[in-house]
Design a binder for this molecule. Sequence first.
Ligand code: SF4
Length: 377
Amino acid sequence: MNKVNYQLLLDREIVCITGEGRVPSLLMHSCCAPCSSYCLSYLAEYFSITIFYYNPNITSKEEYEKRVEEQRRLIRELPAKYPISFAEGRYQPEKFYEIARGKEGLPEGGERCFACYELRQREAVNYAKEHGYDYVTTTLSVSPHKNADKLNEIGLRLGEEYGIPYLPSDFKKRGGYGKSIELSKKYGLYRQNYCGCEYSKRQREEGMRYNMEEIWDVYDGNGVKTGRTMERGVPVDGDYMLCVHVYLCNPEGLFLMQKRSESKQSHPGEWDVTGGAVLSGESSAQGAIRETREEVGISLSEENLTYIGRVKKRRSFIDIFLARRNFTIEDCRLQREEVQEVKLVPGQEVLRMEQDKRKRERDYVELLRRMLAVSGS
Ligand code: SF4
């Protein structure tokens, strides 16, 4: 099934509006000033916008008020072709806890979030209808942690239910997320490091603690363990770390490729293979199994793995594995800090993607050819 390109739908709507010489009113639900910065700078060229701040999901009243104040300040300071105004909903945390009941332990990006989107979008759509706006939308799709398909599906459904046009969007397209980071820096906006609710805050703190506690074995230039360890980082001169790359192949001969999260420091938004650093005390096969489970939610056993070979890089060794397992895209559970999207591609496409990017070493490409031959692709 082809994915809907919501950015394209928004483009079409804007072409219609400008063609008719109209400047419609738009109620835009916003989660925070940083996320709204790009959406405002983009859409205030075509719409008369009111930012609607309704976020009962936010952990505490203090945090809520901090975000509201930053939102108001951004509106005051951001230059706009058409005036931007502000409307605030009520802070109703009890409504959030009602929809989150039974979903507290789910990771960010799952069913709790879908219910949270709907709670906030419904309030925005209702407000837009009551106050006679021409369109309603939300800034939420700018975040790589948010599911644009789900947001648009909910928004369009609610738009129909209330009888008001929902403006489709996928603001992270065309570098929207990166631009929101630049604008946040430019206006010195308070940028929180978690989504909003106490569960996302806890998840982020646990993730940070996990990263801080990540210890790797140090290898010498021959790929032998030195007996020393290091904390997550870059090995110093003469030291090496060990990484794994896992080419996950299903019985149809299709391989899983994953798009790096926009929040990654290195190569955000690039298509990549599943993998990462092997932790101290792990074998590379154990690292491959753990990374695959963490990043894409697919469980493997050592029987699924075929070791293909090792490549030496400037500061690391990479062990390459072929993993054969029956799975579909729907089985994948993405770790949103690492992965924003996955797709299945034929073996020759894997080869092309890896050859094209970051000038893969000749040894690596040779091992990939061997891996494809072993897989029968
Ligand atoms: S992680 Fe964000 S979107 Fe998901 S439930 Fe919490 S506040 Fe809502």
